[in-house]
Design a protein around this ligand. Structure first.
Ligand code: SF4
Length: 387
């Protein structure tokens, strides 16, 4: 039974397109402050009237919103400010906007003591990984600005093939920037088209092993990964996926199932879907053009189906004739059983006896994402394609 709603609201896109991004962040226009306030009010009201807990977070890069300070206060008013400690950002907006002091002051008023940025290498190497010329210099400037207002700075370093040889130089640069805390992590595996395109960036074991001891001494994070790098190679991921041992690191990407949180995402045009930012599942309607309370009600009633009970999981689409029978979509290949795979990630064959009656082909169309994972004849393949 659902006991709480977890709503991500896409209030503004990113100035960068970071390759590692689990949330598939891209640039898009800011949602007006009034719209964000209205969505939060509607969602909060719905949850109170239905006895549900309520959580919300602004995506994708809140510091880039033209009214970032007001957005931070707005979300904090509804759900508390705990999620803004630390405040996560690429740093680019803090370097490029004139009112950066106001944004940082608003965060500090809410209790933020640290801002957390990310590095993918030095100079152009970083710029390339986030697809923005000058991003490295901007992030460095943002760090100086954060320090200037008395806040601390932490950073994540994503160690990939291009920056592994730069590790010592990058560490020196971060120390000169007087970074207060660091988290170094090996490039993470994500079963998205974007993640798979960048799979060639995964460092080889031989590139990581010489760094492991030093990084474990420097950073209190991800010690388990650095102590067992063999488990983070591409070959190891592939073995786990085929064995049905889906990595727990990916839990943040998946709509939750078998727990009590219903994860919803409100897109910039106020369309409501089950899913997460960048990973959109069943569409429940548009909060602006349909009646918001009815749309939330539909999400509550049907949202769980799209992640727990339907033959094709994410979209509730029927299996198409062109889908190879009993072939898991790639995101589903790692799950533990055919039933589980079909229930959460895509068609793999017959779903279990708890599946609801199959819908006629036309009836599920309006709510489909009209996308599915492309499956090669050998069962591989990671992209999406329209249906
Ligand atoms: S990592 Fe953050 S800033 Fe980069 S694309 Fe993703 S959401 Fe945007």
């Amino acid at each position: 039974m659902v006991t709480r709603v977890e709503l991500l609201i896409e209030v503004v896109g990113c100035p960068t397109v970071c390759r590692h991004c689990w949330a598939q962040g891209v640039p898009y226009q800011a949602m007006p402050l009034g719209d964000a306030a209205w969505v939060l009010e509607q969602a909060h009201q719905f949850c109170e009237e239905h006895g549900l807990g309520f959580y919300a977070y602004p995506m994708h890069e809140v510091a880039a919103h033209p009214q970032a300070a007001a957005i931070l206060r707005l979300f904090a008013d509804h759900v508390g400010a705990a999620e803004f400690e630390p405040l996560a950002t690429t740093g680019v907006p803090l370097a490029t906007r004139e009112d950066w002091k106001g944004v940082l002051a608003a965060a500090a008023e809410l209790g933020t003591t640290s801002v957390w940025v990310a590095f993918h290498g030095i100079g152009v190497q970083h710029d390339r990984q986030v697809d923005r010329p000058g991003a490295y210099a901007e992030t460095c400037l943002a760090i100086q600005r954060v320090h200037a207002v008395g806040l601390r700075v932490g950073c994540t370093v994503f160690v990939a093939k291009p920056n592994a040889p730069q590790a010592e130089r990058l560490l020196g640069a971060l120390q000169r920037l007087e970074i207060d805390g660091m988290s170094w992590e090996p490039a993470t595996y994500y079963p998205t088209a974007r993640g798979r395109r960048n799979e060639r960036l995964r460092p080889e074991l031989a590139e990581l092993l010489p760094l492991a001891t030093r990084i474990r001494a420097l950073s209190p994070f991800h010690h388990d990964a650095w102590a067992n790098l063999e488990a983070h190679t591409e070959a190891a991921w592939a073995r786990r996926a085929l064995a049905g041992d889906w990595p727990s690191e990916l839990a943040e990407m998946e709509p939750r199932h078998d727990d009590q949180g219903l994860r919803l995402v409100c897109r910039p045009g106020l369309e409501l879907r089950t899913g997460s930012a960048g990973l959109y599942r069943e569409r429940h309607g548009n909060l602006r053009t349909d009646v918001a309370q009815i749309v939330f009600g539909r999400a509550l009633q049907r949202g769980g189906w799209s992640t727990t009970r339907c033959g094709s999981g994410w979209t509730r689409c029927l299996q198409l004739a062109s889908w190879p029978p009993n072939t898991a979509t790639e995101p589903g290949r790692g799950l533990t059983s055919p039933k589980r795979r079909s229930a959460t990630c895509g068609w793999t064959g017959r779903s279990g006896p708890d599946a609801p009656p199959r819908l006629p082909a036309d009836s599920c169309r309006p709510s489909c994402t009209r996308e599915r994972v492309r499956v090669r004849p050998d069962g591989g393949g990671w992209g999406t394609m329209p249906v």
